[in-house]
Design a protein around this ligand. Structure first.
Ligand SMILES: Nc1ncnc2c1ncn2[C@@H]1O[C@H](COP(=O)(O)OP(=O)(O)OP(=O)(O)O)[C@@H](O)[C@H]1O
Length: 245
């Protein structure tokens, strides 16, 4: 069977630093997979190359057999890849609703304002912001900003969703809500690759994990096995941040 997302020999150099070093892995459609590793191991750089924010230095990325690497970010978005960022990126001076409308219009081009508003309201309901469209984005609490960022990503109607530490900074009850939300999106058929340091969330959400260290892939398999792998324990789980939550 053809892989849904195929990452092959992916490499990124920043001057003399090889941040991602010949990394290969693939996702099948409908999977939710964790991309783990210590700080600076290259995880965000992998997401940046998948989403086209950074060009690859070597290797290829394909989605459903179609080559993404080499395409500009907007073409990759239109091909069905959406992402969230480690530091929440919203348009703070706009209302919540207008933040979502901007993302809908980016996807759909010309559409009637009425249809776009109906769609925005549905997306807000989906992420737990029902009826909050009139509020200013800058007035939202941290978790609500995260919900809004997710709604913006969903406005692209992604086939593949890349989450960069989307659960970071949430308190335990918010974390439960966030995990349920991600699980629901996956149940709806969206394939998800998530970079995450919150191990309880990784265990709850991701049957499979890929681990990087110093730009290289060091493990790929069932999450429970990977988290017991001595090399992973040495490179990553020994670090204090991995023990959090
Ligand atoms: N645009 C850039 N220019 C130069 N170096 C970069 C750039 N982006 C990342 N790097 C470097 O590449 C390496 C990998 O960084 P990356 O952000 O991908 O790691 P990470 O695994 O996502 O870490 P974290 O868990 O802290 O987010 C680091 O050494 C980083 O300093």
């Amino acid at each position: 069977m053809m892989a849904f997302l195929e990452i092959s020999d992916l490499t990124k150099r920043f001057g003399g630093l090889t941040a991602v070093n010949h990394v290969s892995f693939s996702l099948t459609q409908g999977e939710v997979v964790a991309l783990l590793g210590p700080n600076g191991s290259g995880k965000t750089t992998v997401l940046n190359m998948i989403s086209g924010l950074l060009p690859v230095s070597g290797g290829t990325i394909t989605l459903e057999g179609k080559r993404l690497s080499g395409l500009p970010a907007h073409r990759i978005a239109h091909a069905g890849v959406a992402r969230t960022f480690q530091l929440v990126r919203v348009l703070p001076s706009l209302t919540v609703s207008d933040n979502i409308l901007a993302a809908i219009l980016f996807r759909a081009g010309h559409t009637s304002e009425r249809d776009a508003r109906i769609e925005a309201a549905a997306l807000l309901a989906e992420v737990g912001l029902e009826g909050r469209g009139g509020e200013h984005a800058s007035d939202l609490t941290y978790i609500d900003q995260k919900r809004m960022e997710l709604a913006r990503a969903l406005a692209a109607r992604p086939k593949l969703l890349l989450l960069d530490e989307w659960l970071a900074g949430l308190n335990p009850s918010e974390l439960r809500i966030g995990i349920d939300l991600i699980a629901r999106l996956n149940a709806r058929g969206i394939t998800i690759l998530l970079v995450e340091h919150v191990m309880d969330a990784v265990r709850a959400l991701c049957p499979r994990a890929v681990v990087m260290n110093a730009g290289r892939k060091i493990a790929d398999g069932a999450t429970a096995d990977v988290l017991r792998d001595p090399e992973v324990v040495r490179a990553y789980l020994g670090e204090p941040h991995a023990a959090v939550a």
